[in-house]
Design a binder for this molecule. Structure first.
Ligand code: SF4
Length: 247
């Protein structure tokens, strides 16, 4: 069971995430990437720290990715911001009415999410995009704390198998009796918690989009499914919507 502070707050969580140095391999890698940089971004100041969740703190849709991209959110400091995965994700969110604009380039680019919060099972960029099971376990309490603070969650959308498995482990650690579920794009699983639904999608990585494993139509269909589940409540301007950069 993951311990969640009795009086947690977004401010405390944000502080704990950004200052975390619990995984020595990932601390070394995120800082090395930030120091060496990619040629195209050689004049940029990289974030080089754990990346906190981002979005509407009253969201019904919570999107869970894998971990920061080396030259995406490890550079910009905001989830899915500044790389091709984010280009695909935010364009789809915008088409579905969940994002105020289709692009995400920097923390101060004016993007606001509507009824949506974006987070990940890992907050530090891993070498080869592969966090170890121990590193994911180290990071899981942050996700648990976010989910505890996001009190209006109806749909958890997981992007990719590692995020899917991570959510199942977390739910079981929270004492929720979740059966073994297969990962499949577009799968919808009602969860034992009342009114809560788990939706799975392939990750919008460049590899998946360039090979056609994930097409725009497939990705849009996932968000349409979620919008349908909100029907009767969702009007694109959920009253909790607030344009914030970070919690
Ligand atoms: S991956 Fe998570 S637990 Fe590990 S150092 Fe980064 S923020 Fe901390």
């Amino acid at each position: 069971m993951i311990d969640i502070p009795a009086k947690d707050s977004w401010e405390a969580l944000m502080h704990d995430v950004i200052t975390c140095r619990r995984c020595p391999r990932l601390v070394a890698w995120r800082e090395e990437v930030a120091r060496v940089k990619r040629r195209a971004f050689r004049d940029a100041e990289y974030w080089g720290k754990p990346v906190p969740g981002f979005g509407d703190l009253h969201a019904r849709l919570v999107i869970v990715g894998l971990a920061p991209g080396a030259h995406g959110s490890n550079r910009t400091g905001r989830m899915f911001t500044g790389d091709s995965s984010g280009d695909t994700l935010y364009a789809a969110l915008h088409r579905a009415g969940f994002a105020s604009q289709p692009t995400a380039t920097a923390r101060d680019d004016g993007l606001a999410l509507r009824d949506t919060f974006i987070t990940a099972v890992g907050r530090c960029v891993p070498p080869g995009n592969k966090p170890t099971p121990e590193e994911l376990a180290n990071c899981r309490p942050f996700l648990a704390r976010e989910l505890a603070l996001l009190r209006q969650t109806r749909v958890v959308l997981v992007l990719g198998r590692i995020a899917f498995d991570g959510i199942l482990v977390l739910l079981r650690e929270q004492g929720i009796d979740v059966p073994a579920l297969p990962f499949a794009h577009g799968a919808v699983h009602p969860l034992p918690a009342p009114g809560l639904m788990l939706v799975a999608s392939y990750h919008p990585s460049r590899q998946n989009t360039q090979t056609g494993r994930l097409t725009m139509a497939m990705f849009d269909a996932v968000f349409q499914e979620i919008l349908t589940s909100f029907q009767g409540e969702y009007n694109g301007t959920h009253p909790g919507c607030c344009p914030q950069e970070e919690p």
